[in-house]
Structures are given as structure tokens and as C-alpha cells.
Design a binder for this molecule. Structure first.
Ligand SMILES: *[C@@H]1O[C@H](CO)[C@@H](O)[C@H](O)[C@H]1NC(C)=O
Ligand SMILES: *[C@@H]1O[C@H](CO)[C@@H](O)[C@H](O)[C@H]1NC(C)=O
Ligand SMILES: *[C@@H]1O[C@H](CO)[C@@H](O)[C@H](O)[C@H]1NC(C)=O
Length: 254
């Protein structure tokens, strides 16, 4: 008897890594602003638009700094291999002042500035938001991963009565950080804001059941779709894994 299986064996032996890892805060995390709050993060809805699995490592209350200090970026760095993608999105917990350190505030600045603080009794050298993002992204890219840095989602832009969206400094920092390390950039904040503007105040207010930051599951789905639109309109390799056509996803390329 003759078998002609070697070609098949060779093919199945080369496992393709194509998992999408998510690093972010409550706006991206499972259960959003907390279990039982009726909110969810957009990262939970991304999988419905992709042909590859999503591993959502986002966690509420985290900033680029605390995600770093707790070893959460390092866990992803240790895990990724060639073909995986990491989406990094922070900003909601990165502001504030180090004079009353909450463990999340980053050192002010766009480069290698450092600040000294004592948090939980431990002396800590605090880096800037761009430094945390770029250090993590460089290490992931060195492991062969594709990295996408995205700008933070807006708080409810209708909360004052009329629509107002102004990107904050973390949008600029995330764009500049992506460029600095050769990562892709998705202006998730602007894509989401545009979608929220089109949907109108009534619909969007209902996406924010408790506060102006954390979305309902329906809101999280819209925020995920806005990310996918940005992905389709950009040049990240992950766009090849999107199940939806560009035209079928609401909104316009910016
Ligand atoms: C910090 O300095 C290094 C070495 O000069 C540089 O490669 C890196 O881009 C700097 N980081 C930031 C965030 O400016
Ligand atoms: C972000 O960059 C734009 C374009 O360079 C600039 O006009 C804007 O003032 C910056 N925003 C912040 C908050 O720094
Ligand atoms: C893509 O299509 C799936 C259904 O196949 C849907 O669940 C998902 O929300 C769509 N994504 C976008 C970005 O429209």
C-alpha cells in the first residue's frame, strides 16, 4: 500500500499563530465598568468581525503605567509569537497628578522624562505614557507580533446636550507612539465619535447607563464596529482577517 501523506503532515505541523491580544482598560475589558453594572467593553465584541480568535487581556482601572507595573504587558510579550497581533489602547486612567498618586497616573511628557513617586510604600520611577506604550510595543514587535496602537474611546460626547468631541493628548501620544515604533495606528476615538454623532443623542445616551465612560453591551458593539471600520480604512495586516467588507461597516474612512 502506498500513502501520500507527507505533504499533509508538513502542512499541519506548521501551526499558524494568529491570535489577537488586547491590552487596555475597562472600556475594552470583559464586564466593562464591573460585573453586574450592565456595562461591557468593546474588546468583547471584536471577535464577531474577525476570522481569528481574540484574547482579551484588558482590565478595568488600568493605565499604561499600572498595566506595566503589574506585569500585564510582560505576560503578553512572553506569549506572542510571529503572526499574533496586539492591540494597545489606554488613556482613560493615565491622567491626574502624581502629587496624590493613585498608582495609575503617568509622568507628564511625550518622551523619556521620568518622575519619582512612592506608591503603596514602594519607590517607583514613573515613565511617560508614550514611553510605556513604546517599550511594550517594541518588545512585542521583537517577538514577531504585529502591534496596533489605538486612541482612547471618547466619553459620551452628547452629555452636555449637544455633540462635542475634542481628542485629548492621549490621542496624539498614541498616534506618535505608533509612528515611533512602526506599529499601525487606529484613531479609535475619532471613529467612535463620528459614529456616535451619526447615531444621535438619544441612542448614544442609552449606551451609557451609569456614567459617561462605560458602555452598555450595545454601545460596546458599536465601539467595536468603529474600531473595525478604522482597521479596514488603514493598513494594519489584521485588516485581512476582518470578515466584513469595508462598505458594509457603517461610517466613513477618515
Ligand atoms: C527614549 O530614548 C530612547 C533612546 O534614545 C529612544 O529610542 C526612545 O524612542 C525614547 N522614548 C521616547 C518615548 O521618547
Ligand atoms: C494634538 O495634535 C493636534 C495636531 O498637531 C493639535 O492641534 C492639538 O492641539 C493636539 N492636542 C492636544 C490635546 O495636545
Ligand atoms: C461583521 O459581521 C458580523 C456578522 O457576521 C457582525 O456580528 C459584526 O458586528 C459585523 N462587524 C462590523 C464591523 O460591522
Amino acid at each position: 500500500m502506498k500513502f501520500s501523506t507527507p505533504a499533509v503532515l508538513v502542512a499541519t505541523a506548521s501551526v499558524v499563530h494568529a491570535t489577537v491580544f488586547l491590552a487596555g482598560d475597562s472600556t475594552m475589558a470583559r464586564n466593562g465598568g464591573g460585573a453586574g453594572t450592565g456595562t461591557d467593553g468593546w474588546g468583547q465584541f471584536l471577535q464577531f468581525s474577525l476570522n481569528v480568535p481574540v484574547n482579551n487581556q484588558a482590565i478595568g482601572g488600568r493605565s499604561a503605567r499600572s498595566f506595566t507595573r503589574e506585569g500585564r504587558f510582560q505576560t503578553i510579550i512572553n506569549t506572542v509569537t510571529s503572526g499574533d497581533t496586539v492591540i494597545i489602547e489606554f488613556g482613560h486612567n493615565d491622567g491626574g497628578s502624581l502629587s496624590t498618586d493613585n498608582g495609575r497616573t503617568d509622568c507628564p511628557g511625550a518622551g523619556n522624562e521620568t518622575c519619582q513617586t512612592v506608591f503603596n510604600g514602594v519607590q517607583e520611577t514613573v515613565l511617560t505614557y508614550p514611553a510605556y506604550l513604546q517599550n511594550a510595543a517594541r518588545a512585542m514587535i521583537a517577538k514577531g507580533a504585529q502591534v496596533i496602537i489605538s486612541s482612547p474611546t471618547p466619553n459620551n460626547p452628547w452629555e452636555g446636550g449637544s455633540f462635542v468631541y475634542t481628542p485629548n493628548r492621549f490621542t496624539n501620544y498614541s498616534r506618535a507612539s505608533a509612528a515611533a515604533v512602526g506599529a499601525a495606528f487606529v484613531d479609535h476615538g475619532q471613529y467612535t465619535a463620528n459614529r456616535f454623532q451619526a447615531l444621535g443623542k438619544g441612542t448614544v445616551d442609552a449606551f451609557f447607563p451609569n456614567d459617561h465612560t462605560h458602555t452598555s453591551p450595545a454601545g460596546a458593539n458599536v465601539v467595536a464596529q468603529a474600531f473595525v471600520k478604522g482597521l479596514l480604512c488603514g493598513n494594519a495586516p489584521l485588516k485581512a482577517q476582518v470578515r466584513n467588507s469595508t462598505a458594509s461597516v457603517p461610517g466613513s474612512c477618515i
